[in-house]
Write a protein that binds this ligand. Structure first.
Ligand code: NAD
Length: 311
């Protein structure tokens, strides 16, 4: 794989994580950012994380820290980053005009057969790529944050994306240990965020209506639903919670429908409820300790991955 190069455009949270994913599989990776200091920051974050993973026995792939690190280089030149890349992952801010501008530049610099992927969280691929010369090579690969520790990637082709781009992207992601799922139709929010937003919307409503504290709502997920969801999704959970789906429907459809009818219209996350949720969280996790808490989370996610691999 070290003969093949991946270009990462935008080296923030998602960009540096993708760089680690591809290097762990032996690809050469070039990281670019409009801000040179971001490239330096990404490289030092990668150093720190690789050491931390190795110390905890959680390094990914077969290569050593040194070998993985030697595959990653930073550049302040976009052409350098993308001109030889067979796969380009754009990871700039979620802003349609910015993404269109960045992709117009990549379009003029990349190889004709390169695959150009965007990390967009909700912007549909046809909106970003409609004016590109290489629009048939464009696809969205929406990762789960943090991508290195949460492997699911939503792969969303535009109507004009070549079928081989979908196949190769899926194969590449699977080879690196990520788990690709295909979104077959363009839809606002794709699938992960539609599900996530339905959960956060209901959590918000339950808190606002005084049903439960922030800490306890989060426990419903981390100690209840989430325990199962790390191994099987809600549909298989339902299937097993009765004797198959017909039986689940017979037993629970009226109750589920009755409760769903009480959900009501979406609410905006603002006002006094926002203040209260923020205050409850900051009293437990002060804002200057977010990085510590992220590290705490990431090590647990990596340990869960190890458990899943070992089972
Ligand atoms: P981030 O703010 O951490 O990083 C964005 C980087 O893009 C910055 O380093 C910035 O300097 C760089 N940048 C801005 N303009 C640029 C340009 N013209 N050329 C090159 N680099 C440029 O953002 P992030 O969280 O890494 O998000 C990147 C993308 O991934 C967004 O589309 C976001 O929606 C998506 N995403 C984010 C998450 C998440 O939870 N953070 C999850 C999934 C997908």
């Amino acid at each position: 794989n070290s003969e093949q190069q991946v270009g990462i455009v935008g080296s923030g949270l998602i960009g540096h994580s993708f760089a680690m994913i591809y290097a762990a599989s032996g690809y050469r990776v070039q990281i670019y950012d409009i801000k040179p200091e971001q490239v330096q920051h990404a490289l030092s974050t990668i150093d720190e994380q690789l050491e931390h993973l190795a110390k905890n026995g959680l390094l990914r792939g077969k290569l050593t820290v040194k070998e993985q690190r030697s595959l990653i280089t930073g550049t302040n030149d976009l052409a350098e980053c993308v001109k030889d890349a067979f796969f380009i992952q754009e990871c700039v801010y979620e802003d349609l005009d910015l993404k269109r501008g960045v992709h117009a530049k990549i379009d003029g610099l990349c190889k004709d057969d390169a695959i150009i992927a965007s990390s967009a969280s909700a912007l549909i691929p046809s909106l970003i790529s409609q004016n590109l010369k290489h629009k048939n090579r464009f696809i969205v690969c929406h990762p789960t944050n943090p991508p290195f520790y949460a492997p699911l990637v939503e792969v969303i082709p535009a109507p004009w994306t070549d079928p081989d781009v979908v196949v190769t992207t899926k194969q590449l992601l699977a080879e690196t240990g990520q788990v690709p799922v295909i979104v077959k139709k363009e839809i606002d929010g794709f699938v992960l965020n539609r599900i996530q937003y339905s959960i956060i919307g209901e959590c918000w409503r339950l808190y606002e209506e005084g049903v439960m504290s922030v800490e306890d709502i989060d426990k419903v997920m981390s100690e209840g639903l989430g325990r199962r969801y790390a191994f099987m999704g809600p549909l298989e959970t339902a299937y097993l919670n009765a004797d198959g789906m017909y039986n689940y429907g017979d037993k629970y459809r009226e109750m589920i429908y009755r409760v769903q009818c009480t959900f009501g219209a979406p609410r905006k996350m603002e006002g006094p409820t926002l203040d209260k949720i923020q205050n409850e969280l900051t009293s437990r996790i002060p804002l200057d300790q977010l990085n510590e808490r992220r590290k705490w989370r990431d090590i647990r996610l990596a340990s869960l991955q190890k458990l899943k691999n070992d089972l």
